[in-house]
Ligand binder design. Sequence first.
Ligand code: PLP
Length: 393
Amino acid sequence: MLKTVDAFDRIGEENAFAVLARATKLASEGRDIVNLGIGQPDFPTPPHVVEAAIKALRDGHHGYTPATGILPLRVAVSKDLNRRFGVEVDPDLVMIMPGGKVTMYAAILLFGEPGVDILYPDPGFPIYRSMIEFTGANPIPVPIREENGFAFSAEETLSLITPKTRLLIINSPANPTGGVTPKAEIEKLVKGLERFPDVAIMSDEIYDQLIFDGLEHQTLLAFPEIRDRLILLNGWSKTYAMTGWRLGWSVWPKTLYDKVRKLAVNAWSCVNAPTQYAGIAALEGPQDAVEHMRAEFDKRRKLVTEGLNALPGVRAATPKGAFYAFPNVAETGWKAKPLASALLEDAGVAVIGGPDFGVLGEGYIRLSYANSAENITRALERMGRFLTERKAA
Ligand code: PLP
């Protein structure tokens, strides 16, 4: 019998991928499935970005690049941050990653080991907890509550920090809830963190451009007092509809940068060269596609929220960011996971059960509204029919 290390028995998954596989299989068998499961824009990557990658290939960019990413791309990230937030970021502290996920992988590997605590949002992106458990560290959930508009509470977060805490993960705008934590709460958290100088912070800001109702994104990069312990996660996947390209970026403190560079050298060498050129075109080219997607998501957000609130037993807060709705389904009488699975199998609507995002996700389901208004309307009709006709299993 092959013996693998125990850590691999603790590694988790992202159930959105399993639901996508099941939905694709049902569709291939001729079933009509509306997929509100997976979190990826339903728009194509902007054409000028695609062209930049093709040009890079034609120009002969076929080889390895520096493990940290090509300098013009790191400079483009730094300028983009300056343009959007007025912050100064040294391009030599920017790391180009094969997707946003890899930053959390690196950050959690850097701090996680048995005996230490890592705080993460619950409900939250499932890979945080999975990776924390992989390292053997204790996963400490920070509750994200509907009654708080799915924002995190600075006070509650700070109250969970102990001498064992090494890393705090925060995410706003958030998956799976669509919650956006108000600026004042973020300022309060940063102020409180002064008392815990040995705690690193990983701020997952991958949805920073998908924010609505005139709200402005508050980046953690705006606080010089925590820069020496801040890891900023971001990337192209959601903003530029580039999930399949696998391109992300992060900003690291000087003291950690070289460790991550070495991890890259050992694990993935670099991101493929043409994709990095596409990344420059995305940041430096016209931003109208980003504007267009945000405006479309905004319309669908209203459609989905209104539609959900009209369903029997369903209550949905209006999401403020990202492209997810996280309705409370407790009063339908269904547990969230059996409901998600029955909606897919019997009603042809793919959604994700809240418990796939943490124990506090019970009573909720996640719908990605990165789908056409027409499909969202069809999904809501099917859900309405299903909830009226079917009693909880
Ligand atoms: N962080 C959050 C909160 C996400 O929802 C996702 C993707 O769903 C990621 C990070 C990972 O993004 P990427 O596809 O670039 O790895």
